[in-house]
Design a protein around this ligand. Sequence first.
Ligand SMILES: Cc1cc2nc3c(=O)[nH]c(=O)nc-3n(C[C@H](O)[C@H](O)[C@H](O)COP(=O)(O)OP(=O)(O)OC[C@H]3O[C@@H](n4cnc5c(N)ncnc54)[C@H](O)[C@@H]3O)c2cc1C
Length: 425
Amino acid sequence: MTKGSGTPANMLLPLLTRRSLLTGAGGVSVSASLLGAAPNGSKGHVAVIGAGVFGAWTAHHLLAAGHKVTLIDAHGPAHSRASSGGESRMTRAAYGKDEIYARMASDSLSQWKNLSLVSGLPIFHETGVLFFSAARDAYLTDSIAVARRLKLPTEELTPAEMARRYPAIDFTGITTGLIEPGFGALMARRSVQTLVDRFVRAGGHWRHAEARPGASRGGKLTNLRLSDNSLLEADQFVFALGPWLGKTFPALLADRIFATRQEVFFFAAPAGDKRFGPGAMPGWADMNGGDLYYGFPDLEGRGVKFARDTHGVRVDPDIQSRKPTDAALAEIIAFRDRRFPSLRSAPLTESRVCQYENSSNGDFLIDRHPTMSNVILVGGGSGHGFKHGPEVGRIAAEIAASGGAQTEPRFTLATKATTQARAVH
Ligand SMILES: Cc1cc2nc3c(=O)[nH]c(=O)nc-3n(C[C@H](O)[C@H](O)[C@H](O)COP(=O)(O)OP(=O)(O)OC[C@H]3O[C@@H](n4cnc5c(N)ncnc54)[C@H](O)[C@@H]3O)c2cc1C
C-alpha cells in the first residue's frame, strides 16, 4: 500500500450513499463536504487508531468530510488476528425486533456495493441469506414485520419450497424459513484492505505502529505515543480497537468488552457438485433451537463454510491459540452431517480461529470517552458488526465532526454493563 497525495475528491464519490447524500446527520453533511471540496484537512486532524472494519470506515468518512486523517494500526488493515481478518462475513437485515440494526445493515449495504463496484475483485457476493427454524418464533415474526416496514423483499418459505430451491440442505424438522434475496457475503479482509487502499490514495495518512494514549491536558488527549517512540498530535482521536479496546483502556473497558474464542471451518464440496456454489446455495442460518449455526456456499473456491454462533471461552486476542480444537471441529461435523448430508466425509479445507469482541448485550459502542472529551471509542461489534461498518463509521465520523455527543442510547458507554447478557442476534 502506498501513500498517495492529492487524489481528487471524486475518487471517493462512488462510496456515497443515497442516505448520506440526503441527510448527513448531526449537523454535519459528510456528503456536502464530499461534493463541495476536496478533502484538504481544513476541518482539523483526526487520528483513527485501528484499521479493522470500524476504523477503516470511520477514517473514510472523516476524510470525505474534509478532515486530515491519520489511520494507524499495529499489524495492518484486517490482519490475521483482527476480528475483521476473516474471509467472509454475512450481511443480512433479519434482526428480530431490532429495527435499528436492520436499517443500518440496509444503509451499509449500498456503501458496500459501491465499494465492490470500484474494487478489482468482488467485495460482495449477492447469495441471498436464508434463515430456517423448527418454529416460527418471535425472532422470525419480528424480522418479517421489520422487513415489511423497510420495504425489503424478504420472503417467507415453506419447507417444501426451501427443499426445492436449496437441494443441498436437509430441512428435516424445519417448519419455516425466511429468505433475504438482496443480502449475502462480504469478503471481509479484502474489503477492509481495499477501503484503506482507497483512503490512502485519496490523501489519507497511514501509519503502521502500535499507538497508546500519550499526554492529556484540560480534559483532552494531546497526543499518541507510537511504538517507534514518536508522538502523534491530533485534534481528535477515534479508538476503534475491536477486541483490544479493553487492553488500551483497562479501567473503562476491560470488563465491558468480552473477547470470546470463535472457530470457523471450510469443507470441500463433492467434485463438480453445483448445489454448493454461490448461485445455488444462499448464506444460511439454522436457528437450531437457539444454538445457531451458520455458513456460506463455496465462495471463490475456499470451501463450504460452517460456524457455530455460540460464544466461546473468553480470550486475549494477542495470545489465544489460533489452532482449532478437535471438540469444535467435531461439533461442526455432527451438525454438517445432519443438515448437509452430501458433505458427509467431505475433507476439511481450512479452519480459522478468531474472536468476537462482545459488548454486554451486543449493542455497539460509539461514544465519547467520559473524561477525555476529544476521544471517541468505537467497538463492541459482538459477532455481528462487520456488515454495519459503513454506518458505524459514518456515525463515529459525525460525532467527531460535530463535536456533539452520542444521542442513540444503545451506542453509549453508559448502557454497557459488566456482565454478559446477549440480547442482539
Ligand atoms: C468468526 C467470526 C465471524 C463473524 N461473522 C460475522 C458476520 O457474519 N457478519 C457480521 O456482520 N459480523 C461478523 N463478525 C463480527 C465482525 O467481524 C466484527 O464485529 C468486526 O470485524 C469488528 O471490527 P473492529 O474494527 O471493531 O475490530 P478489528 O477488526 O479487530 O480491528 C481492530 C484493530 O485495532 C488494531 N489495534 C488494536 N490495538 C491497537 C493499538 N494499541 N495500536 C494500533 N492498533 C491497534 C488491531 O490491530 C486491529 O487491526 C464475525 C466475527 C468473527 C470473529
